[in-house]
Write a protein that binds this ligand. Structure first.
Ligand code: UPG
Length: 205
């Protein structure tokens, strides 16, 4: 979600990238560039926090949070709520998001495809196994294009179909990813005391 600023080390892409943009972290580690997506990186649906809030307001205004607005069901155990997907309706890859943020903050954001050490280990592993791939791996090493481990449990691509929200509560996300990024406050925030300690996540992951 565009607009979040959690405490500690963020697990999610947007807050992590924002912290790189304000100089709180040196670079982003990209978890995988071998997905079947436009540039090999994971694709997700990002919306601005204000769009998300307006989606909730739209549901309230259209009476969708009142139990009498829900059609009766013969099944007494049927859930008494509606589910609406609130999303932009299109996917954005990790690198596309990074570039949108670069545009918004006006500087280059560093990113890495994980460690050289890992690359070296993989190289040694493949060395004996696959004779014909040696050259390729050496090329990878020397051109500094890093091997990219995926994050466990991640899927390649996911984005919302918000058609039902559009029809039922007349809600549609207003801000594109590019526009939403422009609302970010890129002024460097003071680090909280406990974040001043060496950040092992940043250095090792
Ligand atoms: O430092 C990072 C963080 C994320 N990513 C990638 O960025 C994309 C988005 O990741 P993230 O922001 O974590 O969102 P999701 O992968 O959609 O995961 C979130 O959404 C899931 C379901 O909606 C929940 O299950 C997870 O807990 C929650 O983190 C993915 O391709 C990640 O691999 C990176 O490359 N580097």
């Amino acid at each position: 979600m565009i607009g979040e600023d959690p405490q500690g080390t963020p697990n999610n892409l947007m807050p992590f990238l924002t912290q790189v943009a304000v100089g709180r972290r040196p670079y982003l580690s990209v978890f995988g560039n071998d997905y079947p997506t436009t540039d090999g990186t994971g694709v997700r649906d990002y919306i601005h926090v204000t769009d998300l809030a307006q989606g909730h307001v739209a549901a309230l205004e259209n009476g969708f949070l009142r139990s009498d607005s829900i059609p009766p069901s013969s099944d007494n155990n049927a859930p008494r709520f509606f589910i609406f997907n609130l999303g932009s309706g299109y996917g954005t890859s990790v690198l596309q998001l990074l570039h949108a943020l670069e545009k918004a903050c006006g500087k280059k954001l560093e990113y890495k495809f994980k460690h050289a050490l890992l690359l070296l280990l993989l190289l040694l592993l493949f060395w004996k196994e696959r004779e014909d791939e040696r050259k390729l791996h050496l090329f990878v090493l020397f051109t500094n294009t890093r091997v990219v481990p995926r994050r466990e449990g991640d899927i390649a691509e996911m984005y919302a179909d918000s058609t039902l929200a559009e029809k039922s509560i007349h809600w549609k996300a207003k801000l594109s990813v590019e526009k939403a990024c422009k609302f970010i406050n890129f002024k460097k925030k003071k680090k909280k005391k406990r974040e001043k300690k060496i950040d092992f996540y940043t250095f090792f992951f």
